[in-house]
Design a protein around this ligand. Structure first.
Ligand code: SF4
Length: 103
C-alpha cells in the first residue's frame, strides 16, 4: 500500500494573488455585478467582504459603500448565494469574463 502524498511546500505557500495570476480574463467594461448599497450598508455582517476568493468586494471606509472590482470575478457564484438580498450577480456577457483557468 502506498503512503499518502502531502502537497509540495511551495503549493502551500501560494497566495491568492499567485493563484489569480493563473486565470486569464477578458474584462468587460459593463459590470455583471450590482450591489444594492442601502441594503449592504444596513447589513452588519457584510459577508461579501470575506467570502469572495478573488477579493472582488472591498469597503469604502469613508462612504460605507461596497466597491466592486468585477474584472477579477472567478464566476464561482458564492456571493450570489451568500448575499442575495444585496448582490445581483449574473454571468458576464458572452465572450467576456474568465477565459482560462490553470490549476
Ligand atoms: S462569483 Fe465568486 S469570484 Fe465572483 S464576485 Fe462572487 S464570490 Fe467573488
Amino acid at each position: 500500500m502506498s503512503e499518502p502524498v502531502a502537497p509540495a511546500d511551495d503549493k502551500l505557500k501560494e497566495t491568492i494573488e499567485d493563484k489569480l495570476y493563473l486565470v486569464k480574463y477578458k474584462p468587460d467594461k459593463q459590470s455583471h455585478i450590482e450591489v444594492i448599497q442601502e441594503v449592504f450598508k444596513a447589513d452588519k455582517l457584510k459577508v461579501v467582504l470575506y467570502i469572495c476568493p478573488a477579493k472582488v468586494y472591498t469597503l469604502n471606509e469613508e462612504t460605507g459603500e461596497c466597491l466592486v472590482n468585477h474584472e477579477n470575478c472567478l464566476e464561482c457564484g458564492t456571493c450570489a448565494i451568500a448575499a442575495p438580498e444585496y448582490v445581483k450577480w449574473r454571468y458576464p456577457r458572452g465572450g467576456f469574463g474568465v477565459q482560462y483557468k490553470l490549476g
